[in-house]
Design a protein around this ligand. Sequence first.
Ligand code: GLN
Length: 237
Amino acid sequence: MKPIKIVHLYPERMSIYGDYGNIIALRQRMDWRGIKNSVENIEVGSKIPVDADLIFIGGGQDKGQVIVSEDLALKAEPIKQFVESGGALLAVCGGYQLLGEYFISNDYGQLKGIGLFNVVSKATNDRMIGNIVVQSDRFGRLIGFENHSGSTEYIGPAQPLGRVLKGFGNNPTDKLEGIIYKNAIGTYLHGSFLPKNPKVCDWLIAKAIAKSGQSIKLKPLSDSLEKRARSSSIGRP
Ligand code: GLN
């Protein structure tokens, strides 16, 4: 079995509000199933490995996004080709913003995105902070934590990740959250996102396995702890 390769983009600059927990959840849910896996950290100046099966980019402060935006421009084509060829990808908050067309920061002006997602984002003066609950047609109820100034809107055909039941999501008005494009997900849900939403984690793992050219069935996991964490989180104000 070829190990499933996770590429973690900019872990030093883009991993806030527990986002590293997404890497832990992906690896643990593969380990529990005996699926070999590895992680390669890619920082500024490094190339996207050609044998990537899953790419993850977390959230970050505006300041960190300035440098990442410049470097992402050099990685734009390989990332887009990776997703167009069925690669699994998760982008959280600041990472989600920079995989869209642009993010306009209050302090640093317009930061160019790579144009993978049909979204644009603009910082507002009121941060959107708190626990968030989203209803997704594909994944059911999603829970997390959000903390962003960026207000995001769709600028073309887009499949939202879900409808906001509690919290803000993309912006304070349209009650939509995130985006799904092929096997790539953009979301504002920190928390960490995947440990509390195992369905999404397993969906990404299955897509990564398919991308690796292997056919491995994912045996079900009990998820008793995850279910307890979800029920206690959903009740939070
Ligand atoms: N700096 C961006 C914003 O404030 C992203 C924040 C984040 O990644 N949590 O919207």
